[in-house]
Each structure stands twice: as C-alpha cells, then as structure tokens.
Design a protein around this ligand. Structure first.
Ligand code: DAH
Length: 342
C-alpha cells in the first residue's frame, strides 16, 4: 500500500506541474483528492491493515494529501498570474500612437455676421429677445399697424398655416417688438435675430427663407438722433470707421417717420459703378420711430415714451461682407464653399 501511495504522489505532482490551465487543475483535484479519487480509494482499504500499519499509512496519506494540496495551490497561482500577464499585454494601450484627427468645421458666414451684429448691440447694453417662427397674424400684422388688405397679407406673399389667416410663418422679425413691449416696461433695448419666410422665387438675391435682425429701443425722450447714432455705430463697426451712411425717407406701417438706410458704395465711393448698380449707395436696412399706435397697442403710453426700431437682412450683410455673389450658396451646404470661412 505504501508503494501505491508513493506512485499516487509522484503521478499527481507531475500531472499538477504540467497542467496547462485552471480547468485541467480542477479535474486533477477531483481525480486525486475527490471523494471518489485515488487517495480516498486507498484510505478505504485502511481497515484491512494491521493495527501497526494503519497509523503509519494513515499519516503517510495525510502528508501526501497536504503536498498535493500545496502543489495545486502553487500551480493555480502560477497559472492565474500568467493569465493576468497575458491579458495585460493583450490589452495594453500605446499612449504614444498619434490620435485620430478631428475635422473641425467652420462657422457659417451667416452665423459670423449674426454673432457680430449681436455682439455690437450687447456692447451697447441691448439684450437678445426671441420670438416664434410660426406667428399669429395679430402680432405680425394687426398690432404692427398693417391693416387687412395690405399686400403683404396676400396668400401670394405669406405662408399661411391656417385657412382663417390667423397663423402663418412670420414674414419679418418685427412681431418680436410687440411680444417684448407687451411684457416689458420701458426702458427697452433689444435685438432679435431670426428666420423669416416669404413666398419669393429663389434666385441670386431672393430666398423664401432668410434671416433678419430686429432692433427696438423704447424709453423716455428717444429721438431720431438716437436712431441715427445707434445705426451709425453698427454700420461703422461692420464696414469700417470710414463708412458713410445716408438716411432716406421711406414708409413702414409700424414706424412714423420711417427711413431706409444706405451705405456709400465702397467700390466707387458714391460715383456709381457695377457693384451699386450705378446708384453710388447700397441700401442696408429699414428703420423708424415706433408708431404711437403700436406703442399704445402694447400698453405703452406714447405721450410718455418714444422709441425707434430697425430691421436688417442678415444674408445681405453677409454677402456684402464676404463678397458672396449668389445667395443660394449660403443654403446649399457645399463644404467647398463653407470651408473658405474657417
Ligand atoms: N420689417 C421690415 C421688413 O421686413 C424691416 C423694418 C423696417 C423693421 C423698419 C423695422 C423698422 O423695425 O422700423 O422689411
């Protein structure tokens, strides 16, 4: 029986040393130490031994069991650390490999002009106001003193959303004036850039969707002088300190008096050329003193307060600023065009 135990020891220790993986080791544990394992088989025969031999063999079996357990433990640890080592190597990250390049886009020319305009007015203490693109005719027309029957209210000009003509895609940013005035008490100083919609055919200078920035100032004692001063600051910031401006009488239903503002042509300095179509001047925006009826309609007493307003087309500013000859380029999303502004 001693020999039997000896050979179990030798065989098992070798097998454990040579075990290639953890599941193999586990099988060996069962094979040698399990209830039906070879060591147990030997111990079951102890009863057949003499009283003298029994403790000797029993002790020997215990020693062998202990050494098998030690060997299993050592091999398990060795296999586990080898496994970890391999995993670490396989999952290693080389932090010195150059990263993937992120393609950085460019701001859209319209956004550049939009941001510039807003910045100029924020610098003068204005706040930015917003209004809905789907607007009530009440705000876009009635309360701006644009009566029923006015041409802009025609179905051929305006994108109506409801049959009763009460809701449409706003055709100007001017309704934001009403929305601000009915909520805020003067002093009011806001600009409001945003999208507007008109039933225009698409060509080099027209689009059914374009952008405007509205401006509104209401306070005690606001005059046409404030209007001219403020707009001159804006146009000189946009086009340079030598910019020459001209305020020309005009008509808008929501301002009285109203004007259009031109800048002298940078190309010919007023002589008349191809750029200004022989005019010498280029029209840039509409403006005026807020009509007393509009103020009163928003609960602001026109005897106590006065104000000025203006509306400027942002595409036009951008086109002039970057010498873009065709409006359609701005909405086609051709990256070859857009990349030029990075
Ligand atoms: N809303 C006008 C338009 O789209 C532009 C305009 C003119 C706005 C005069 C104003 C203004 O605030 O006072 O043509």
């Amino acid at each position: 029986m001693k020999n039997k135990l000896e050979s179990i020891r030798e065989e098992s220790l070798r097998a454990i040393r040579e075990a290639a993986d953890l599941s193999g080791l586990d099988a060996l544990r069962v094979q040698y130490l399990g209830k039906k394992g070879s060591l147990s088989a030997v111990l079951k025969q102890l009863g057949s031994l003499s009283a003298e031999e029994r403790p000797q063999i029993g002790q020997m079996a215990n020693v062998i069991r202990a050494s098998i357990e030690d060997a299993l433990k050592a091999r398990t640890e060795a296999l586990q650390s080898a496994l970890l080592e391999r995993k670490l190597q396989e999952e290693a990250v080389d932090v010195t490999i150059p990263g993937k390049k992120v393609e950085l886009g460019a701001r859209h020319p319209l956004q550049i002009v939009w941001d510039e305009c807003v910045d100029i007015f924020i610098g003068m203490g204005f706040q930015v106001a917003e209004g809905p693109e789907i607007e009530l005719s009440e705000y876009d027309f009635d309360r701006l003193n644009i009566p029923e029957g006015h041409t802009v209210r025609e179905w051929t000009d305006t994108f109506y959303i409801t049959e009763d003509e009460k809701v449409h895609l706003r055709c100007q940013t001017s309704p934001v004036q009403v929305r601000v005035m009915e909520k805020q008490t003067p002093p009011i100083r806001i600009v409001s850039p945003g999208r507007v919609f008109r039933k225009d055919e698409i060509d080099a200078t027209h689009s059914p969707m374009f952008h405007q920035m509205e401006g509104l100032v209401v306070d005690k004692g606001i005059t046409m002088g404030d209007l001219k001063g403020t707009l001159n600051v804006m146009l000189k910031r946009l086009y340079g300190p030598d910019t020459v401006t001209r305020f020309r009488p005009h008509h808008f239903p929501f301002t009285e008096p109203s004007c259009e503002v031109d800048v002298q042509c940078f190309e010919c300095h007023g002589e008349g050329c191809r750029v200004c179509k022989g005019e010498g001047w280029i029209e840039v925006l509409g403006a005026g003193m807020v009509h007393p009826r509009v103020l009163a309609g928003c609960g602001i007493d026109p005897e106590e307060y006065s104000g000025f307003a203006f509306g400027v087309g942002l595409e036009r500013l951008a086109m002039r600023r970057f010498s873009i000859s065709d409006l359609r380029l701005m909405f086609e999303n051709d990256v070859r065009f857009l990349r030029q502004f990075s």
